[in-house]
Design a protein around this ligand. Structure first.
Ligand code: SAM
Length: 288
């Protein structure tokens, strides 16, 4: 089987199976060998690794992953791709394809089947559900060592930025709580078939064994972060008081901010992860 990382071989397979690209599944297949090389290199794969690939498409990256890894589990939602993957991956005995929705897959179970060893996740992600996929991978606490993924350029920027930028928000804080994000390379729209309307970026998240900040209650930290960015135009104290699940009033929110030396007018986008951790612990006490 010819490798697929170029326009001609991809078009041939698409034509042979009369495959119709489905927009609703975010199907933009990679047709650029040098970008594929960069993703696989950044994922730092050895024969000891089990890779979880999300959305293998026609198997372009899967072939490369299978050449380097001990095992690859590829989760693809579109059943029309199953006969194609059966052909393109026929030479690779170490690949298992699951015809499932990644948001319904128990990633912890895949790791258990790998003897409990942490997985490395590699994907050219479908853009319509990038954030839910990343968040569920991180929050599930399944053993994952790294996540090397192609995402929309703006999403990669949001993962990486700190306070003071208009891109900074709940995704930045969640990613930075669980992992160290690094930008690997840019990928212009011409690297894909069909061409998407946006530019893309490959980002690698290296997961921490211990989060960089300690909090009394992790779910409260994330409730505070969500409340702080839900109403961007309002002050942080208002956002916190308006979030029903926190059970706080405005005075309690302002007191916690004052104890941290912050103005009652402060906005969520100016606080660091460390400050959110402190605020969450103070509010935990205020409510108790
Ligand atoms: N990896 C291939 C490549 O780089 O050429 C395809 C990448 S394409 C951007 C995204 C892939 O994810 C598509 O094959 C799509 O069908 C699949 N996909 C979309 N939603 C999914 C979901 N919820 N679970 C699993 N796969 C999904």
């Amino acid at each position: 089987m010819a490798t697929l990382g170029n326009r001609r071989n991809t078009a041939e397979i698409i034509q042979k199976y009369q495959f119709d690209f489905r927009k609703k599944y975010g199907q933009n297949f990679l047709v650029d060998n040098s970008i594929l090389d960069k993703i696989v290199e950044a994922a730092d794969i050895t024969r000891d690794d089990c890779i979880l690939e999300i959305g293998p498409g026609i198997g372009t990256m899967t072939q490369r992953l299978a050449e380097k890894a001990g095992r690859v589990v590829a989760v693809e939602i579109d059943k029309n791709l199953m006969p194609i993957l059966a052909e393109t991956l026929a030479d690779y005995g170490n690949v298992t394809v699951l015809n499932e929705d990644i948001l319904k897959v128990d990633v912890g179970e895949i790791a258990r089947q790998n003897g409990g060893k942490p997985l490395k996740v590699v994907a050219n992600l479908p853009y319509y559900i990038t954030t839910p996929i990343i968040m569920s991978l991180l929050e599930s606490r399944a053993p994952v060592r790294s996540v090397t993924v192609m995402v929309q350029k703006e999403v990669a920027e949001r993962m990486k930025v700190g306070p003071g930028s208009k891109e900074y928000g709940a995704l930045s804080l969640a990613v930075q709580y669980y992992a160290k994000p690094e930008i690997i390379t840019k990928a212009p729209a011409a690297c894909f078939m069909p061409k998407p309307k946006v530019d893309s970026t490959v980002v690698r998240l290296s997961l921490y064994e211990e989060p960089p900040v300690k909090v009394k209650d992790e779910s409260r930290l994330f409730a505070v972060i969500r409340a702080s960015f839900n109403q961007r135009r309002k002050t942080l104290a208002n956002g916190l008081a308006n979030a029903g699940d926190l059970g706080l009033n405005r005075r309690q929110a302002e007191e916690a901010l004052a104890a941290m030396g912050l103005s009652p007018q402060v906005r969520g986008e100016t606080l660091t992860l460390e400050q959110f951790a402190e605020l969450s612990d103070r509010l935990y006490e205020a409510r108790a």
